[in-house]
Design a protein around this ligand. Structure first.
Ligand SMILES: Nc1ncnc2c1ncn2[C@@H]1O[C@H](COP(=O)(O)OP(=O)(O)O)[C@@H](O)[C@H]1O
Ligand SMILES: [Mg+2]
Length: 437
């Protein structure tokens, strides 16, 4: 069988694990001597032989991302390493190692899949990951803003924003805050396909009060001032939580509506000052487009409230409000998985019911006495039925055997439908014991 069953079924449930986070100098991350750039350390010769460097794809604040051809698996991958001028910086190399550890825990159709951490001939580390063939959202938005805002454009933008929400909701369920949500960290690969990248500033937020914070305060302010939440901009480490990403997604929505970042400024210190104050100009004053949809503007400004208590309290809440506000413009929510990817992982928290629409999957259940039980799932199969009533943990792992499309049915959608059709409720909940025949 083509699927790596033994590997995928044996992995620990990622969402239950305590994750290391960026920032703590040595916490959870030990780099081998070679990773510190020492010429005397052994290098991973296999990796050097295996990957052919095809040139730079793009670069960010600290990293250069290069296209590599994997000679062994005959596919292209993306390799993220520090920019040449920053190579050898021990702190940044450790940050890269922390990034790979966090990103490797996250498996979601809208999150860039991480393959491995490898080392180049000089012993410098780089992250190997899925190569996304697409464009950065900021580049896409530049083109979109050259045209008019009509219903199709609005539908497209909100569909993309909802996919970002899906990815971030999942990360939050795993206890991870992204910390740098902005258009340049979002890769658009098609009409309805998008990946959240760059988990370099991600951190776990479910700490007990006794645990030291895993982000050293001397790293502040970190992130991108043009999109940064006030608590992040002013270095209030303890105040960073999922609502910080609500602000980040608010910034993405603001950029979608106006073509500019929420703290647009000529230099980054001015942007940082605006971010500290949470000063955001009304979208209507900034946008080239006239007649912005009032509902979407209101959702955006709520997400960008300076005080976290005034924002949506979770990305899930923001996503629901977006859907409610722009519902008539939207297609039903679907996720796409490529062959071999995990649709649901055993023990993962499941909030929505999933219906397999296209393609087949393999369900793997582990059983103390019988070992693995495998079942083929065909289109029409419901995945995560228990989520119908309340969030629950998946009991099995489901892997895409080919490219598959899954329709996501939220509990809110189900209760909306049940209100429209009350006689269905007892059937769905399974409490139709009053039946007389
Ligand atoms: N997996 C990928 N596939 C294709 N392009 C990528 C991938 N990851 C990153 N990039 C590109 O490289 C740029 C820099 O990567 P990023 O991880 O954001 O680096 P930094 O941490 O320096 O900001 C991104 O803005 C994006 O354009
Ligand atoms: Mg980046």
């Amino acid at each position: 069988m083509a699927c790596p069953v033994h590997e995928l079924a044996a992995v620990e449930p990622s969402c239950q694990r305590t994750l290391v986070s960026p920032g703590a100098p040595d916490e959870g991350v030990t780099l081998p001597p070679r990773a510190l750039g020492r010429k005397d350390g052994a290098t991973t010769a296999d990796a050097i032989e295996r990957f052919e460097d095809l040139g730079e794809i793009d670069r960010g604040g600290t990293a250069s991302v290069r296209l590599m051809f994997d000679r062994q698996l005959k596919r292209t991958v993306a390799a993220k390493r520090l920019r040449d001028d920053l190579q050898g910086n021990e702190e940044l190399m450790k940050k890269l190692a922390r990034e790979v550890q966090i990103a490797a825990q996250l498996q979601h159709p809208n999150i860039v899949a991480v393959h491995d951490l490898a080392f180049d001939a000089r012993g410098y580390p780089y992250i190997l990951m899925q190569h996304v063939r697409g464009s950065r959202l900021d580049v896409v938005l530049r083109e979109v803003h050259d045209g008019q805002l009509d219903d199709d454009v609005l539908k497209y933008l909100v569909t993309l924003a909802l996919l970002v929400c899906d990815a971030v909701v999942y990360a939050h369920d795993c206890g991870i805050v992204h910390g740098d949500i902005k258009p340049a960290n979002i890769l658009v690969a098609g009409e309805e396909q998008l990946f959240v990248a760059d988990w370099g500033l991600a951190m776990s937020y479910r700490r007990s009060p006794a645990e030291p914070h895993d982000v050293a305060s001397e790293h502040f302010p970190f992130g991108t001032p043009a999109y940064m939440a006030p608590e992040q901009a002013s270095g209030r480490v303890d105040a960073i939580d999922p609502r910080t990403d609500v602000y980040g997604i608010g910034g993405v929505l603001y950029h979608m509506l106006t073509g500019f970042s929420p703290h647009e400024a000529t230099d980054s210190s001015r942007a940082l000052e605006l971010a500290r104050k949470g000063h955001v100009r009304p979208p209507g004053e900034v946008a080239i487009w006239k007649d912005l949809p009032a509902g979407l503007v209101a959702v955006t400004l709520k997400a960008l409230a300076p005080n976290p208590g005034d924002r949506h309290q979770s990305v899930r809440e923001l996503r629901d409000e977006l859907r409610k506000t722009c519902g008539e413009h939207l297609p039903p929510p679907t996720w796409r998985f490529t062959r071999g990817n995990c649709v649901v992982r055993c023990h993962q928290e499941v909030h929505d019911l999933l219906m397999l629409v296209e393609g087949t999957c393999l369900e793997i259940a582990t059983d103390d006495t019988q070992g693995y039980r495998l079942r083929r799932l065909n289109p029409g199969t419901l995945i995560g039925r228990d989520a119908l009533l309340s969030p629950s943990r998946a009991k099995t792992t489901v892997i895409a055997m080919e490219d598959v499309v899954v329709r996501v049915v939220s509990r809110e959608e189900i209760s909306r439908e049940l209100q429209r059709c009350p006689w269905l409720a007892p059937l769905v909940r399974g409490d139709s014991s009053e039946s007389v025949i």
